[in-house]
Write a protein that binds this ligand. Sequence first.
Ligand code: ADE
Length: 235
Amino acid sequence: MRIDIITIFPEMIKPMFNESIMKRAVLQNLIEINVIDLRDYSVLKHNKVDDTPYGGGAGMVLQFPPFYLALKNLRNEQTHVMLTSPRGKTFNQQRAIELQQKQHIIILCGHYEGIDERVHDMVDEEVSIGDYVLTGGELAAMVITDALARLQDGVIKKDSYEQDSFHMGLLEHPHYTKPFSYEGKEVPEVLTSGNHKEIDRWRRYQSLKQTFLKRPDLLNGFPLDKEDIKMLEEI
Ligand code: ADE
C-alpha cells in the first residue's frame, strides 16, 4: 500500500516514521508513505496556499487550486482520496480493515472552517477520528495511517494480528510480565499454569468482562457463542 499525506505542516507528520514499528515498516518497504507539502502546489507568490474568505469573516481559508493540482498529479484510477474533517464519518477498526485492500490512498489534511468547500467535492470520503475538533487534520491523518500500516502484511507479528481478529469488537484481555509478585500484587495463577486451553479461556473471559464493564455498547450485535454467554453470566 502507498499512502500520500498532503499537508501544510509536513514536519509535524514526518517524525512518526522515524520511530518504532512505523520506521521498520517503511524501511522494509512493507508500506510506502509520502508526506507532501501542499505549498509545492501553490498558485500564489511565496508558496502561499490560503486566502481571505469570500463573504468576509475572520481567519483564512485553504484554497482549492493547490488541492486540485496535487490530486491531478498524484491520483490514478485506483486511488482512494480521504479528507480529514470533523464532519466526516467516524473512523474505526472496521473501516481500517476495509481500507487495507486499497493500493493507494491519499489523505488530505483539512482545516476546520478553513478549507474551500470545492475540495470536499473532489474526495471519495470525509473522515473524522472522533467527536471533537482538532486545530488541523494532521493528527487525524497520522492516526489513520498508523491504523492502516499495522494491518499490512509483515508489519506486526502474525500472533498480534490474530489476537486482533479474535478480539475484534471486544476489548483486549489484561497482560502481565515478570515479576510474578510485587508489593503484594500478584499475577493470576492460570497464566503460569502452562495450560493453553485454560489460558485461552481465561483471556476470553477477561476480554468479555472488560468489554461488559467498560464498553457494553460493543456487545450490541456482537456474535456471542454459547460459551461466551455462559461466561457473561458469571461476571
Ligand atoms: N480536523 C479537526 N478535527 C478533526 C477530527 N475530529 N477528525 C478529523 N479531522 C479533524
